[in-house]
Design a protein around this ligand. Structure first.
Ligand SMILES: [Zn+2]
Length: 88
């Protein structure tokens, strides 16, 4: 029994076109987000193989969830998602 047949949650987000980044081998729907507590910039993206979201911040790297995903309404913990990006 795996979770791969569960319907993915659908989330629509709105981001600045200037913040979007090209796909790479492992990640698509990539875009930059600015840290609220420093001048760092992190990259939020969707794993092509598994459909889950990731973030380049230390929180996600350790916990597989972070405030950036939460703020965007995106699921953490490597849950797959159907992502609709609207550019502004
Ligand atoms: Zn993050």
């Amino acid at each position: 029994m795996t979770t791969s047949n569960l319907p993915a949650k659908q989330v629509s987000i709105r981001i600045n076109k200037n913040d979007s980044l090209p796909d790479n081998a492992q990640w698509k729907n990539r875009f930059e987000i600015k840290s609220s507590s420093s001048n760092r910039v992190y990259i939020v993206s969707q794993n092509i193989a598994n459909g889950h979201m990731g973030c380049s911040c230390p929180g996600w790297r350790i916990h597989r969830n972070c405030k950036h995903l939460t703020a965007l309404g995106l699921p953490g913990y490597e849950q797959p998602v159907t992502l609709n990006i609207n550019y502004k």
